[in-house]
Design a binder for this molecule. Structure first.
Ligand SMILES: [Zn+2]
Length: 484
């Protein structure tokens, strides 16, 4: 019984001691663990382990986080990377971090890709829809550029969506951008009176004037055959002067005007001399930059000598457009110079052609015929164009000739554009025609000095047996050397 009791009490002691030891060991482990945990440093990348960088754009790594249980720790860091931002590919961005003598390494994968969408710049805030054609009155002017592809304007696609006009472009890596421009509907254009025949007419005194009348058209150009037009005003063909006729339609309260000049006929000067220095030699008078305020006077003096000339024309003085018709009716050649005579036409082939074609449209409206000959502003040898587009003159001369046009420079310069006075203009021209076999003479019908020299010049030419020729596609072809 006692033995039994003792056995029990000994066992009890063993249990108690073991228990105490276990408690001590557990506590020690816990304390060491907590202490270890308290010392633990947390080192991590800010952001994803895999990041994208944009080609040709500075890459800035988001950095790292170093702390001990949220508290800042002192550390040393060394950053390094092998990124070439100009080349697509996979790169490494590394951090070597030293905290309390212990080194940590963090690595991020950076892939250089093209993630920027191209930019479309459009000049127009709004487009207009033409009432009659239902088409856009003027296509938008735009430019598309991409950080990687550069100028991708030619990749832009256009779509007319009715109330908006959509321009979209995709770069070579599939990044897309779109610009939507609102379209405003043009109001219905008013009806109008359209003259039959020319808006301005010149008739010689004593000749009969026959009015060709006028018709009423809708704003979209459809004739309204039942509408009557009354004419007010008269033309006295026996009295020199300027006459104005007014055409009216009362129903629509619209009108139009025609101007008729009754002028004196200048008798051609007959050349009776046959054995003179220039006998039979043909001179080619050319006049650039008009028509302008003096051109009608040029035409009258030319008529006096029955001299025909070639006019390289512009639209710089829009109120004289009608003179183009007058030039053609009097037997002169009307050829293209430039709509605007602005050097910007040399920015591109497209810019040049737009200007060229717009001028030829006006020539066709006024004379009934397009021209296939032209003179480059500044001549084909000009160097001004270099500042606008390298090699443009080389390209243009080839493109235009391949499309059936011929350009003309000159081999006699009156120097009127450079400010020569009328005596100098006369001397430059006369000296020039004596020394040149097929003289193509550069003059400007917007220069008063040339106007003042013209009568004397033509009298000299006539009296010395020169003939007057006009230029056509066959020549005589005078080309300067191209310098751009
Ligand atoms: Zn010019």
């Amino acid at each position: 019984m006692i033995f039994h009791k003792m056995r029990v009490s000994e066992l009890y002691k063993v249990f108690v001691i073991t228990g105490i030891l276990l408690v001590i060991i557990i506590n020690l482990v816990t304390i060491i663990g907590i202490r270890h945990n308290l010392n633990k440093v947390n080192v991590e990348l800010i952001g994803d382990t895999n990041l994208l960088a944009n080609i040709n754009e500075e890459y800035k790594d988001p950095g790292i986080n170093v702390n001990r249980h949220g508290r800042t720790v002192k550390y040393d860091v060394h950053e390094s990377n092998n990124i070439d931002i100009t080349k697509f590919g996979n790169y490494i961005y590394e951090y070597d971090i030293v905290v309390d003598g212990k080194t940590y390494k963090l690595t991020r994968n950076v892939e250089v890709v093209d993630k920027s969408m191209p930019i479309i710049n459009v000049e127009e805030k709004e487009l207009i829809r033409d009432y009659c054609s239902k088409a856009i009155s003027k296509e938008p002017t735009y430019k598309a550029t991409d950080n990687y592809d550069g100028d991708i304007t030619d990749k832009v696609t256009k779509k007319d969506n009715g109330s908006t006009y959509l321009l979209s472009v995709v770069d070579s890596h599939g990044n897309k951008n779109e610009v939507s421009i609102p379209i405003k509907d043009q109001e219905e254009p008013k009806n109008k009176i359209v003259l039959n025949g020319y808006k301005t007419q010149t008739i010689y005194i004593g000749n009969e004037y026959k009015d060709q009348g006028a018709k009423v058209y809708t704003g979209c150009g459809i004739e309204l055959p039942d509408e009557s037009v009354t004419v007010e005003g008269n033309v006295d063909t026996n009295t020199l002067g300027t006459y104005e006729l007014t055409y009216k339609n009362d129903k629509y309260n619209i009108s139009a005007k025609r101007t008729i000049y009754v002028t004196k006929k200048t008798e051609p000067v007959v050349n009776e001399e046959t054995d003179k220095p220039g006998n039979g030699k043909v001179v080619y008078l050319t006049f650039d930059d008009g028509p302008g305020g003096y051109t009608m006077q040029f035409l009258d003096i030319l008529d006096k000598y029955n001299a025909k000339a070639t006019f390289f024309v512009t639209n710089q003085f829009t109120s004289y457009q009608w003179v183009l018709g007058e030039e053609a009716r009097r037997g002169h050649t009307v050829a293209v110079h430039s709509l605007t005579h602005n050097w910007n036409i040399y920015n591109s082939v497209e810019a040049y052609k737009n200007d060229f074609n717009a001028m030829n449209d006006i020539i066709e409206q006024q004379t009934g015929k397009r021209s296939n000959i032209f003179r480059f502003p500044g001549g084909s040898s000009n160097t001004v164009s270099r500042g606008h587009s390298r090699g443009i003159m080389t390209t243009l001369s080839q493109v235009m000739q391949s499309e059936g046009y011929q350009y003309f420079d000159w081999n006699v310069d009156s120097n009127d554009a450079a400010g020569a006075n009328s005596t100098q203009v006369y001397n430059n021209v006369i000296r020039g025609i004596k020394n040149t076999s097929k003289p193509v003479i550069l003059m400007h019908d917007i220069k008063k000095s040339t106007l003042n020299a013209l009568d004397d010049m033509l009298r000299y030419m006539t009296n010395n047996g020169y003939k007057f020729g006009t230029l056509d596609i066959n020549g005589p072809i005078v080309h300067h050397g191209i310098n751009n």
